[in-house]
Design a protein around this ligand. Sequence first.
Ligand code: ATP
Length: 241
Amino acid sequence: MTTLLQVRQVTRRFGGITAVSDVSFDMFQGEVLGLMGANGAGKTTLFSMIAGNVAPSSGQILFEGKAVPARPDQASRLGIARTFQIVRPFPGMTVLENCMVGALYGSGRERDLNQARRICEGILEEVGLSAQMFKAAATLTLAGRKRLEIARALSTHPRLLLLDEVLAGLNASEVDEALALIEEIRQRHSLSIIIIEHVMKVLMRMSHRIVVLHEGKKLMEGTPSQVGSDPRVIKAYLGEK
Ligand code: ATP
């Protein structure tokens, strides 16, 4: 197994709050890694550090052996893309134009408008949005906006995709469709994926391994069945037994 990402003793403080505290783990190429933890456990802050949106206060994050710079454009050039918990496409721009912004500016590759357009036409087809391509992004349903968010991330040609609650707010059949889509794009684009998801059942179903955060610290990591049967996880995360 090839190591893709190394998170080494990473801490992030915001004023007096330690959002992430001395967290370490490795991730392998091709893996789907789940990040589990209650509200405020530090999941999004960890994502933001991996994606270069936030600098660690201490510790180091290595992607394919290279330090991830605390600049999202540079992290994107290394091959890391993220989606955001709250999806905010440019509402007045079309679905296609929203995707093209990622294709043009996110990948660090020289692309002209025509290339960006061709790339996005293909990706929007893949995520099931080709019929809405020329509609304003504001007209999309929540499920559609989440698909657009995935398309935008894919347009930067990532090798590591960070999915922050892409299933939240979707109904049961939309969740099933989104799960099938994620698996499809994972295989087609040879992606490794880290996923934050509050619905435990879904996280268990999707992840090869899970890292559990509790109050900023890593509580444990393991396979879904190891995590699901661990008394510390049940106590801290499920709050029962
Ligand atoms: P949720 O599931 O609610 O999204 P989370 O596990 O993603 O939570 P974070 O959003 O990473 O947790 O937050 C961890 C802690 O850090 C929280 O106490 C939060 O209030 C704090 N925090 C996060 N970002 C900031 C910031 N920019 N400034 C100050 N405090 C922050």
